[in-house]
Ligand binder design. Structure first.
Ligand code: ZN
Length: 116
């Protein structure tokens, strides 16, 4: 993190603005973002004589927990939606990382009294 800040300090203002513009362009389409975590859990159904009672649980099933926590706890994610959830979580991480980079550039511009 400190190394990254030092990088920015070493750049000219023109270079900072070019990097900021490139980062903003990289943001692109931001519709496919999803903040939260995807976890997998195995379950026991409780039916006597089921294979899960003998230590072979059902699943694993996917569960999504929104961040910030919306309507509470983890919600079941059907298999048909799992790939979309993973894709959107990945996109969310990319967008956050890019926004953090733009913010760091703007903080450096502020330090130079050149933020506009
Ligand atoms: Zn069972």
């Amino acid at each position: 993190m400190d190394a990254h800040k030092n990088d920015l300090r070493d750049l000219s203002t023109d270079q900072l603005l070019a990097r900021r513009r490139a980062a903003a362009a990289r943001l692109g389409d931001v519709e496919q973002v999803l903040s939260g975590t995807l976890t997998e859990q195995s379950r026991r159904c409780g039916r006597p004589g089921c294979r899960c009672a003998a230590g072979e649980p059902h699943g694993p099933y996917a569960y999504f927990t929104a961040r910030p926590a919306g309507r509470g706890r983890a919600r079941y994610v059907p298999a048909s939606q799992e790939e979309a959830v993973r894709r959107c979580l990945q996109r969310d991480a990319e967008v956050r990382s890019t926004l953090a980079e733009i913010s760091a550039i703007n903080a450096e511009l502020l330090a130079r009294r050149e933020l506009e």
